[in-house]
Design a protein around this ligand. Sequence first.
Ligand code: GLY
Length: 340
Amino acid sequence: MKRRKFIQRAGLSGIGIAAASAGMSCAEQSKKTNDAPVSEAKEQALNLPIVIATWNVPKATEKAWEILNKGKSALEAVEQGVMVEEADEKNQTVGKGGIPDRDGIVTLDSCIMNSNGDYGAVLALENITHAVSVARKVMEDTPHVVLAGEGAKKFALESGFMEEDLLTDDSRKQWEKWKLKSEYKPIINIENHDTIGMLAMDKSGNLSGACTTSGMGYKMRGRVGDSAIIGAGLFVDNEIGAATATGLGEEVLKTVGSFLIVELMRQGLSPQKACEEAILRIVKKNRDFKNFQVGYIAINKKGETGYYSIQEWFSCTIYKNGVNKNIKSDYYYKPSDPEQ
Ligand code: GLY
C-alpha cells in the first residue's frame, strides 16, 4: 500500500502501478518491472521500442533500433549503438580518433547500466576502441564495477580485445598544432559533438543506458570526466527512467546530474522538466556558465523523453515509431535575455 501511494504520487502510470496494484512486495515488484514483458497493447501505447542519444548520431540510433526491433534487449542495443560512434574515426570525441590528452595519449571513459541496476565502467582506458564493451565485460565478468587505467587495459586484452593505436593522423596533427601554444583551455565542443550517451527502452519496457567518450580535448593526463561515473554521466532506474549527460564533465560530476534527473522524475517531474532543473542547478552555482556546455537527455517509463542544455546547438537523436529524427534542444543561455 505504502509502495502504491509512493508510485502514484510520483505520477507514474502503466507498468509500475500495474505491479503495485497487484499487491506485490517491493522486491517482487522490482523483479516484475525488471523482467516482465509488457503486453502488445502496452507496447503500442508506449510506442516501444525507443532510443534516444545525445547529438546528431543517426547511424548509432539506427543500429540500436535495428537490435531493439528484433526483440533484443535495451542493453544490447545501447552497447552496439554507441559502438558505431566509437568506431567512427571522424568523430574526435569518442573512441578511435578521439582528441588526446595534453601528452598526446587518447584515453577513454565509458560505462553501461542495465535494467537490473547493474553497472560497469572503465576509466582512462588506452588503446582499445570499444571501451563500452570493456565496461560491459567489467559488469558481467568481474566482481567489480569500475576498472581504471593499466588494469582496465590488462583486463580488456585478457578478455580478447585488440590493442590499437587510437591516435589518428588528423588528431595527431591537431595535437601538434595545439602544442605550439599548449594553452590549457580545455575544449568542450558547444556547437557540434561531445560524448555520446544513449538510452533505450526495449519491447519489454526495460531500460538500459551507455555513455562513452574520449573526454575533454587536451585534458591533463589522468583527468576523468563524468561519462563513466555512475549517477553523473549515466543513471538508469528501471522503475522510473534513465538519464545521460554530455558536456563539461566537472560540472555534471559536481551536481551528480543523471542521478538527479532520475530522482526528480521519481518525484513526478517529466523528463523535460527534470533535465531543465538539472541544468538550472549548474547555472545557479556557476557564474561562468556562459563559457561551457552541458546537455542532458532523459526518458521515463511512459516512454516520454526530455532534453535540455546550457548553450544553444545541443541536439539529440530519437528513434521511435520507425522514425529516426535529430531534434534541436531548447537551452538556458539566451544572451538577449536581460535577466541572464
Ligand atoms: N562529458 C565528457 C567529459 O567531460 O569528459
